[in-house]
Design a protein around this ligand. Structure first.
Ligand SMILES: Nc1ncnc2c1ncn2[C@@H]1O[C@H](COP(=O)(O)OP(=O)(O)OP(=O)(O)O)[C@@H](O)[C@H]1O
Ligand SMILES: [Mg+2]
Length: 329
């Protein structure tokens, strides 16, 4: 195991009382995996990652990271990992290439090797011609990629990336995914946080979902989606007054759950939605009810999150969802 953590807890003292940011997290990351850590703002992702990267001490719990005990051998842990913080780490006035080389030398990489490797990473992450630039003159997305070069320069076997693709354009994001896969193919282990469900789905071998400081779901993207009961079906009815009649037909279907109506749309979940549809449409037609449209969706990771927590991960600040709904009403 590249990471093995048990009962990690971190409480922050604040003027308004203690904040329980992480409340008993167990996690295992195998060698050579890409694991995604998913959760809304304030869920405890960064705090967990900072503990595993030795930047803050756990209030309780134990972990081995990159083969070393977190409490007894933090220096050993640091030697084995790369860490790209959410907020970045470069100095505004510094020259990009100098930052990279200095960082590598902290890890004992000789200057010539650090320069060659750094320039190679600049090419790979699409930062050509920016080696001598002051960091503050780089664009947001370029600076983000520079942060990532810093985390990779000493060739760590375990890489922590805290929201690596936030602020990147779609092309830079796809390029970084490729690069991350390449690192894994060369034997590295990657632990990353993200808010993007498509990213977690496309990139990660395994996903951990954290909410309010606790892991609420874990598995491959596929088996997480299978935990959600069935496909989502939406029927748009031409005449809203016929919604109750459609609801009645749907409720009689075996396996239909979460039957709901909103205006002229009746929605529900059912296993193998595509195969129940023809019969359903015949029944609706037989009662002379006209439909405007039919949609069937395979479960998404957002559905997983919704099922696990009762909230959607799509809400940027999911912790504030309730208040927002109330104030909007
Ligand atoms: N140094 C600190 N002092 C007090 N509270 C803190 C501190 N660091 C984090 N917290 C609180 O701990 C909780 C978890 O924060 P954390 O940064 O781990 O969340 P996150 O999942 O990374 O969120 P985001 O998606 O916004 O990056 C939040 O409520 C945050 O306000
Ligand atoms: Mg964070």
């Amino acid at each position: 195991m590249m990471i093995e953590a048990r009962g990690l807890v971190r409480t922050f003292k604040t003027k308004r009382g203690p904040v329980q940011a992480v409340q008993g997290v167990d996690l295992d990351v195998a060698d050579g995996e890409i694991v995604g850590f998913l959760g809304p703002n304030g869920a405890g992702k960064t705090t967990t990652m900072r503990m595993l990267a030795t930047l803050i001490q756990p209030t309780a719990g134990i972990a081995t990271v990159a083969g070393c005990d977190l409490a007894k051998d933090p220096v050993g842990v640091r030697r084995g990992i790369g860490y790209v913080p959410q907020s970045g780490s470069t100095l505004p006035e510094a020259i990009a290439g100098d930052e990279v080389v200095d960082h590598a030398r902290l890890y004992g990489v000789p200057k010539a090797k650090a320069t060659a490797e750094g320039q190679r990473l600049f090419e790979e992450l699409d930062l050509p011609g920016l080696w001598r630039r002051q960091c503050k003159t780089l664009s947001g997305g370029q600076r983000r990629r520079l942060d990532i070069v810093m985390g990779l320069i000493h060739d760590p076997k375990l890489i922590f990336l805290d929201e690596p693709t936030t602020g990147l354009d779609p092309q830079a994001r796809a390029n970084l995914w490729e690069h991350i896969r390449g690192l894994r193919d060369r034997g590295a282990t990657i632990f990353l946080t993200t808010h993007y469900l498509d990213e977690a789905d496309a990139l990660c071998d395994r996903i951990l979902v954290i909410d309010h400081g606790k892991i609420v779901a874990a598995g491959t993207p596929e088996n997480l989606k299978q935990q959600v009961s069935g496909d989502a079906v939406r029927l748009s009815i031409a005449d809203t007054s016929q919604a109750p009649a459609v609801m009645k037909i749907v409720r009689e279907l075996e396996g239909a759950v979460e039957v709901e109506t909103e205006d002229a749309v009746v929605g529900f979940r059912i296993p193998r939605g595509g195969s129940v549809l023809p019969g359903l449409l015949r029944s609706i037609d037989a009662q002379g009810i006209e439909l405007h449209g039919v949609e069937v969706h395979r479960p998404t990771l957002d559905d997983v999150f919704l099922t696990m927590t009762g909230r959607s991960l799509r809400d940027e600040d999911a912790t504030g969802t309730e208040e927002k709904k109330e104030s909007a009403a």
